[in-house]
Design a protein around this ligand. Structure first.
Ligand SMILES: NC(=O)c1ccc[n+]([C@@H]2O[C@H](COP(=O)([O-])OP(=O)(O)OC[C@H]3O[C@@H](n4cnc5c(N)ncnc54)[C@H](O)[C@@H]3O)[C@@H](O)[C@H]2O)c1
Ligand SMILES: [Zn+2]
Length: 273
């Protein structure tokens, strides 16, 4: 049972977009993601074309506000709660929204980076997104746009003429191209970050997958690694995932209520009579 595995401790959590849908951020492959209208930006398109960057930053300028306004949900709070109870050996997240940390979780490995930071492709300097937001507002006085759907990457669907009039800004230090500090499709996660996650997986009592279809190899490889080493894999996810064949326990259930109940049952079990 899930509660028994978690009660044994040394849980390494691998979370995905499904953990944040209850906060109003759509996922890619679940119910909320099916309505998605645009393809995600690839690194190659972003780095190779000024038009692609203009399109990305215009859409993201509006979409980011939606993500920045989102509040943690019961699932995020339960992750922090498990950590607070000393049951967690590590948290690996594929999410770029920072909501587990906002709920109080610490030492979260952001496998795919964070929308909260911006990186310069020229000098490598990382700066807060908030600062770029201010610069983009200043560079685009009077620019406003009708927001269509919000995509999981934190971008909004905009009309072409709204994109064409958007001014992009460059690094204040070196004039280099600015990119959100997230791993785009077609880009590799830095090796040290991957190695850290493999090491965590090797030491785990249980690898607990929360809200990820595991379609992306970037997260799935840790499940495969755990299974190969005989580390128990547990999954809480609505719908089937690529990791199900490796799972000792799999619950098809909504994360908020399920994790809240899990915490309550752990607390009940440890309360002295
Ligand atoms: N919030 C974010 O930061 C965010 C959002 C979308 C995508 N992404 C990025 O896109 C990639 C998507 O891969 P992924 O595997 O994380 O997401 P995914 O969209 O492939 O899978 C999400 C899974 O969660 C399930 N799900 C949705 N809501 C749920 C809920 N309330 N309870 C239980 N299950 C629920 C869905 O049915 C689906 O199977 C990642 O690499 C990530 O970096 C991030
Ligand atoms: Zn720079």
């Amino acid at each position: 049972m899930l509660a028994d595995l978690v009660a044994d401790g040394d849980v390494v959590i691998l979370s995905g977009a499904g953990l944040s849908t209850e906060s109003g951020i759509p996922d890619y492959r679940g119910e909320t993601g099916r309505k998605r209208r645009a393809e995600p930006m690839t690194y190659q398109a972003f780095a190779g074309s000024a038009a692609a960057r203009q399109r990305y930053w215009a859409r993201s300028h509006l979409g980011w506000r939606h993500i920045a306004r989102a509040a943690p949900n019961d699932g995020h709070r339960a992750v922090a709660g498990l950590q607070e109870r000393g049951l967690v050996a590590g948290i690996i997240t594929q999410n770029v929204d920072g909501l587990q940390q906002a709920a109080g979780a610490h030492d979260v490995i952001e496998l795919h980076g964070s929308l909260d930071r911006v990186m310069c492709l020229g000098c490598g300097r990382r700066t807060p997104r908030q600062a770029l937001d201010r610069r983009l507002r200043a560079a685009n006085p009077g620019w406003s746009a009708e927001v269509g759907a919000i995509n999981p990457d934190g971008d909004a669907v905009l009309a072409d003429d709204q994109i064409d009039s958007f001014q992009v800004v460059d690094c204040t230090d070196c004039g280099g191209l600015l990119k959100p500090d997230v791993i785009f499709f077609g880009e590799n996660v830095p090796r040290p970050r991957v190695e850290e996650c493999f090491t965590l997986t090797e030491r785990a009592g249980t690898l607990l997958v929360l809200g990820s279809s595991l379609t992306v190899l970037s997260g799935y490889r840790f499940v495969r690694h755990a299974a190969k080493l005989g580390v128990a894999v547990a999954i809480v996810n609505q719908g089937v995932t690529r990791g199900h064949d490796h799972a000792l326990v799999a619950l098809d259930a909504p994360l908020g209520p399920t994790l809240t109940a899990l915490l309550a049952s752990l607390d009940g079990a440890s309360t002295p009579r």
